[in-house]
Design a protein around this ligand. Structure first.
Ligand code: KG4
Ligand code: ZN
Length: 332
């Protein structure tokens, strides 16, 4: 019998609801973007984000069920992101999920947003199973994780300061690009020449760590000085980020003796990063799994996917589940 799980994702500024069958097949994945709400402020305004989730969630839920051709009573479980993220935003999703679970008499499964990003790779490649090495690279996180099993995520490396997406967003703002700037920096970079700008390359030797704050300061100073073309700065910044991320993944594959690499999170939507990783994986003979761009950025399909895996193992959450804004990637 098919396992039908509803996923709800409201950790930051995207309201998303999805229906996933048997943990791998996405029947629907619906988004309500808040980009227009936050654009005038150049970043996510937490209070506006939670209010917008409240407004958007009922319609997003109806649409996800309609597109999937599934009625509420047919659902086998409700999965929801309970952390990390903005507390007000998380609470909207968690409360809605608890209401649905209690009302329908179905199990509730609280899901870690960072783990869910990596679970998106299971949807991308239905033949993929742990163990594998994963890189989560998003607006708030840059982490290397060994996924031993779908309930055992081991952190092997992280950023000491800024996340890769944070650097892109902050520099993008200085350069007058819309928020979130990652995809606009990628567009600018297509037209730019990375060799016209000299930037530091924070490799940190063999350590499985990242440090991007110095790079951010260097690009920011150059952006303020106004001596370089915007497209050249974007090309140079993207080039350094890709080089560092690819090299760290290569080191982690060697140090963890892993044969499969997966990449997820919003920055994994970047074309230069995807091709840099593909070239490295081909050279090493390593299997690389990168989800589609839609599955890389925040989405509820990844939440329903991991929730299904948990549900089939009987790992469900109590109705006392609450939001955990600072949840570590290792905590289920
Ligand atoms: O995973 P995500 O949607 O939200 C978080 O959990 O943070 O990631 C958002 C991040 C932002 O920093 C955004 O600028 C970046 O992903 N991003 C990109 C691209 N698309 C989104 N970065 C580089 N290239 C892209 N095409
Ligand atoms: Zn995310």
């Amino acid at each position: 019998m098919t396992l039908l799980v509803l996923g709800i994702e409201t950790s930051c500024d995207d309201t998303s609801v999805a229906v996933v069958a048997d943990g791998r097949t996405v029947l629907s994945s619906v988004f309500a973007s808040q980009v227009a709400v936050h654009a005038p402020f150049g970043g996510v305004v937490p209070e506006l984000a939670s209010r917008s989730h409240l407004e958007a969630l009922p319609g997003t839920l109806d649409e996800a069920l309609r597109l999937a051709g599934v009625g509420l009573p047919q659902l086998d479980g409700i999965a929801v992101t309970y952390g990390p993220g903005l507390v007000g935003s998380l609470l909207v999703g968690v409360m809605a999920a608890k209401g649905l679970a209690a009302g329908l008499g179905r199990p509730l499964v609280g899901v870690n947003h960072l783990q869910a990003h990596l679970a998106a790779c299971l949807v991308a490649d239905p033949t993929l199973d742990p163990p594998f090495l994963g890189l989560v690279v998003s607006g708030g996180h840059t982490e290397l994780v060994r996924v031993e099993d779908l309930d055992r995520f081991r952190l092997v490396g992280a950023t000491r300061d800024d996340a890769a997406g944070e650097v892109l967003d902050k520099v993008g703002r200085l350069l007058g690009l819309p928020f979130p700037a990652g995809r606009w920096i990628e567009e600018e970079a297509h037209r730019g020449d990375p060799d016209r700008v000299r930037l530091p390359r924070p490799f940190l030797g063999e350590r499985l760590e990242f440090s991007f704050s110095g790079l951010k300061t260097a690009v920011s100073l150059l952006a303020r000085a106004g001596l370089h073309r915007r497209e050249d700065l974007c090309a140079a910044l993207q080039g350094v980020l890709v080089e560092v991320l690819v090299r760290k993944c290569e080191q982690a594959l060697g140090q963890c003796d892993a044969e499969v690499l997966t990449v997820a999170g919003g920055v994994a939507a970047n074309g230069a990063l995807r091709s840099g990783l593909a070239a490295m994986a081909a050279r090493l003979g390593v299997r690389l799994v990168v989800p589609s761009r839609e599955l890389c950025t925040d989405n509820a399909a990844m939440v329903a996917c991991l929730g299904s895996a948990r549900l089939s193992r009987g790992l469900v959450s109590p109705l006392t589940l609450s939001a955990e804004p600072s949840l570590s990637i290792e905590v289920n």
